[in-house]
Design a binder for this molecule. Structure first.
Ligand code: PLP
Length: 400
């Protein structure tokens, strides 16, 4: 990707707080005064730029974070939410009405899968789950009712890569909105530059990076973001997944170091993936030549941020996986916990945790094996030391 650097776009934002502070002042109000009644009317109609109405609609602190995330993804606008699901579900409900259809990758975040399969279906929105790496299968699933093509840049937990540029060609041909969840690959991939219409993040993960809150964002055209916030029919405005101003200010402060963190996460994950693959473990990491989408992903990424911090190891059985995770935790190599993007390594067995919404037959057919451990590699300063300690755990348990 030339001439687009998301970290520069974040660095180049300039803020002056209410009192000249280097951070913008945090807005601490649910409601806002108007000097004239006419302006209040115009604001309700959506025509008064710079006027705030009520904090479920917009607040100064949330708009700062919206602006920073839109700059990062290269979209016109953005709308933050109180969680990643608080961004995903309203976005899909805004795009789809009763009778509409979604074509989705089958390897997506468990909550998104459950929303589409069990919840949206109650309102007559049907979803076909497909192997997103097979473009002919994707296209064949499209019907006259299809409105949305949904995927994750790098899928959870199998780390399959979606060819966003080619999916966007299919989406345009059939007049669909291509919605991409970019949670696993902030800065590394800029989906809107590759043709995605809407980019979503769970800010809970890398972007906030301190595992102290849940948060989300939808990045899209000004028109779509306004539609989400419309007081009469906007899903975000009416379902109300509003982020609190205090939180949005703290997420923004963490966003500013994202580029440094991503480089270290990627460096560490590549280091471990290469070593464990050499040791003979079945290792999945998009930065490895053995990854089926390595070539494709190499063309998609903003190179300096690397291939990301997520990898999987298959240690054969669920018993092995559980023993290894418990031992690694007791040796302080990380935490047995779901989620990702923390300074410490986090590990979990997706089949029995984050992807447990997916029925076991489906898990098997998509290659989600019992012995699979998903690791979100931390910011360890000395990754060689970490490698040796992890390897010792594996040797002790007879896994290596
Ligand atoms: C965690 C996650 C979500 C959901 O985000 P929350 O902040 O937990 O609501 C969505 N997509 C992906 C890829 C995730 O990892």
């Amino acid at each position: 990707m030339k001439n687009f650097n998301p970290a520069d776009n974040i660095q180049d934002l300039q803020y002056f707080g209410e009192f000249g502070g280097v951070n913008p002042s945090i807005s601490d109000s649910s409601t806002y005064t108007f000097l004239s009644a006419k302006t209040m009317f115009d604001t309700f109609e959506g025509h008064a730029e710079g006027c705030y109405l009520y904090s479920r609609h917009a607040s100064p602190s949330n708009l700062y974070l919206d602006q920073a995330l839109a700059a990062m993804e290269g979209t016109e606008a953005a709308n933050v939410a109180a969680s990643g699901m608080g961004a995903i579900s309203p976005t899909l409900l805004q795009l789809c009405s009763q009778g509409n259809h979604v074509v989705s990758s089958r390897t997506i975040y468990g909550g998104t899968y459950a929303f589409l399969k069990n919840f949206a279906s109650r309102f007559g929105i049907k979803t076909s789950f497909v192997d997103i790496t097979k473009l002919d299968v994707v296209e064949a699933a499209i019907t006259p009712e299809t409105k949305v093509l949904y995927c994750e840049t790098v899928s959870n937990p199998l780390l399959e890569v979606a060819d966003i540029a080619r999916l966007s060609i299919i989406a345009k041909k059939h007049n669909l909105q291509l919605v991409v969840d970019n949670t696993f690959s902030p800065l590394s991939v800029s989906p809107a530059r590759l043709g995605a219409d809407i980019v979503i993040h769970s800010l809970t993960k890398y972007i906030n990076g301190s595992s102290d809150t849940v948060a989300g964002v939808t990045c899209a055209s000004r028109e779509f973001i306004n539609s989400l916030k419309n007081v009469n029919n906007g899903a975000s405005m009416l379902l109300g997944p509003t982020m609190d101003s205090l939180r949005s200010a703290s997420v923004m402060k963490n966003l500013r170091t994202l580029h440094i963190r991503m480089k270290q996460h990627s460096y560490n994950a590549l280091y471990l993936a290469e070593r464990f693959e050499k040791d003979g473990l079945k290792t999945v990491y998009p930065g490895l030549k053995s990854h089926p989408s390595h070539e494709l992903y190499s063309t998609m990424i903003n190179r300096e941020y690397g291939f990301g911090g997520m990898m999987t190891l298959d240690v054969g059985t669920l018993g092995n996986a559980n023993e290894l995770m418990e031992l690694m935790q007791s040796r302080n190599l990380g935490y047995l916990a779901v989620s990702l993007g923390f300074y410490k390594t986090l590990f979990s067995a997706p089949g029995t945790s984050t992807s447990s919404e997916i029925p076991s037959e489906e898990q098997a057919s998509m290659g989600l094996t019992d012995g699979l451990i998903r690791l979100s590699i931390g910011l360890d300063n000395d990754i060689e030391r970490t490698y040796q300690m992890m390897k010792n755990c594996m040797v002790e348990l007879g896994i290596l």
